[in-house]
Design a protein around this ligand. Structure first.
Ligand code: SF4
Length: 302
């Protein structure tokens, strides 16, 4: 497959088939944490980077086999809304494969354009990332195209929130020492209170990024941020668990229970819903590996 990848088992979306509409590595940002490497074509120009018909043909070939999928996700190695055919592809999927839900992961840099918002508005979930609340952090972390500013990003996300009826998940990639200051988190909280997304997901470095030595946020740092953001609904995302089997996830959770942990803490740590975390903990308890005490606290059995 040339434009499709996966499906991958992603914890936040389930089984997700990826669509990559951009040639490597075309993006409006050059994030220091990008897992795909450095951006070689930094642009905000919207055009048909790959033929829309070719992508649709590949989708037809794949989806005609009726694969079990939770989502078809626009993501990949660049910003998907740079492709001028994204609206046409979403409309095609909606009319020909209505049983599949659609997700768009976007870096938010083009959301200030009405045409872009109109093209993605029929997606079921949109995940705009917002990693900087000041232009200083923006330049340090995201190294954007010269036309991109925090003001434009915020205005684009706000407009999307007003016009869109689906689920919006904001992703904030925490880089300690850059975008986790009191000022930045306070601005983030105030902004979140105005747009009220379904959830804010705190992400952090789990695989090597484009730059070496990007600091990785610790769980305690992320938890402190999530507390400062209250009452905003926050989850902590550990994407290193993507594509893992239940057995591997059970092991990761078990490894984390070295000290006394609450169900809430574990749910936050792994970005797994509390109801799903309870199922994992019950499995570990039934296997005799952990025990519950003090109502919601867990410890490993000796
Ligand atoms: S927006 Fe996404 S694809 Fe573009 S540089 Fe940043 S992380 Fe990489």
């Amino acid at each position: 497959m040339k434009y499709l990848f996966g499906p991958v088992n992603s914890r936040r979306l389930g089984i997700s088939l990826g669509i990559d509409l951009l040639p490597y590595k075309t993006c409006s940002l050059d994030c220091i944490y990008c897992e795909c490497g450095a951006t070689t074509h930094l642009t905000v120009e919207r055009r048909e980077y790959v033929k829309t018909e070719d992508v649709i043909r590949e989708l037809d070939e794949y989806l005609s086999q009726k694969p079990e999928l939770d989502y078809i996700t626009f993501s990949g190695s660049g910003e998907p809304t740079l492709h001028s055919g994204i609206g046409k592809i979403i409309s095609y999927l909606k009319s020909h494969y209505p049983d599949y839900r659609i997700c768009v992961l976007t870096n938010s840099t083009l959301l200030n354009l009405k045409e872009v918002r109109d093209e993605i508005i029929s997606a079921d979930v949109i995940v705009p990332s917002l990693d900087a609340m000041t232009d200083v952090s923006l330049r340090k972390i995201l190294r954007p195209h010269e036309s991109v500013t925090v003001e434009k990003i915020l205005s684009g996300i706000s407009s999307l929130c007003r016009e869109y009826c689906g689920k919006i998940i904001i992703e904030y990639f925490v880089i300690p020492g850059i975008n986790d200051s009191e000022e930045e988190i306070d601005l983030l909280k105030k902004y979140m209170m105005t747009i009220e997304p379904v959830v804010v997901q705190l992400n952090y470095l789990s695989r090597p990024g484009a730059e070496k030595n990007v600091p990785r946020a610790s769980f305690n740092q992320l938890k402190a941020i999530s507390e400062k953001l209250l009452p905003v609904n926050v989850q902590i995302i550990d994407s290193s668990l993507d594509n893992c089997s239940d057995k591997e996830i059970d092991k990761a959770v078990l490894d984390k229970i070295s000290t006394y942990s609450t169900t809430e803490d574990l749910s936050l740590t792994f970005g797994i819903r509390k109801s799903d975390m309870i199922k994992i903990l019950k499995r570990l308890e039934e296997s005799g590996l952990i025990e519950c005490f003090d109502s919601e606290r867990w410890r490993r059995k000796a």
